[in-house]
Ligand binder design. Structure first.
Ligand code: MN
Length: 253
């Protein structure tokens, strides 16, 4: 089994080390990751400057690009053979609800899927990484069996990626795995008005508070209850219900 591992927190991030360590017992691990943090870059591609891969060690490259760039470069240029799975993460912070639309971690898995490779995004749902760092470290012990289970399924459905969130609790208190749907989160107070050193108005996106809503089978509920959340996602954004109900808008000629 060959794993391509990437992330959006950069190749020096603690989480990508944990993921590589978790996947190591299951097969060959190749790491191609951004050379710096690329969180919230979503599915962006670098078009306006070239990409320069730098090999840091055997099977390990850093790239001056986005997570999506990394997956594309790895599969089409750096690896001798296609990976069996793309693993993205472990992200420093949750990727639940609408987060998946901004996340570079999830986008890397989307790129894997777009290239026809089964892909899994993995995030650690700890709010304060400094306080929760030891719990992230411990998650290696739950991640290896989870990855083993997922990668040994008789068939990994095509056109699907998995979005995994790990609860920020000690590994021995993790209650199990729940299959979930995306919840919904509302940020408030996350646009901070400030002044630059010259007294001009600037704004900084970040901070504030988050509230969640969603059904009992939502991703954030599973995390709150101490479960690992696994959400199957697909890339087709078509609103199929609307297609059926909106036929009256433009009746067939
Ligand atoms: Mn990140």
């Amino acid at each position: 089994m060959r794993f391509l591992i990437t992330n959006d927190d950069g190749i020096l991030a603690h989480g990508i080390e944990c993921l590589a360590e978790a996947a190591q017992p299951l097969g060959d691990v190749f790491v191609v990751a951004p050379d710096r943090e690329q969180s919230a870059t979503s599915h962006s591609l670098t078009l306006h400057h070239p990409l320069r891969p730098v090999q840091r060690a055997e099977r390990r490259w850093q790239v001056d690009g986005t997570p999506t760039d990394c997956v594309m470069l790895a599969v089409e240029a750096l690896l001798d053979e296609r990976p069996d799975f793309v693993l993205s993460g472990v992200n420093h912070g949750q990727n639940m609800g609408e987060d998946v639309l901004y996340s570079g971690t999830v986008a890397a898995a989307m790129e894997g899927l777009a290239l026809g490779i089964p892909s899994i995004a993995i995030s650690f749902a700890g709010g304060d990484l400094r306080a929760d760092l030891s719990h992230l470290r411990e998650q290696v012990t739950v991640l290896t069996p989870l990855l083993q289970r997922i990668t040994s399924l008789p068939s990994f459905p095509p056109n699907m990626l998995l979005n995994v969130n790990l609860p920020p609790i000690p590994a021995d208190r993790v209650k199990g795995v729940k299959l979930t749907r995306l919840g919904s989160r509302v940020y408030s107070g996350s646009l901070k008005p400030m002044k630059d050193p010259w007294g001009r108005d600037i704004f900084w996106i970040g901070g504030g508070s988050i509230s969640w809503s969603g059904d009992s089978d939502s991703d954030f509920r599973a995390i709150q209850e101490g479960f690992i959340s696994v959400t199957p996602l697909h890339l087709d954004l078509t609103h199929f219900g609307m297609l059926e109900s909106a036929g009256a808008w433009w009746p067939d000629p």
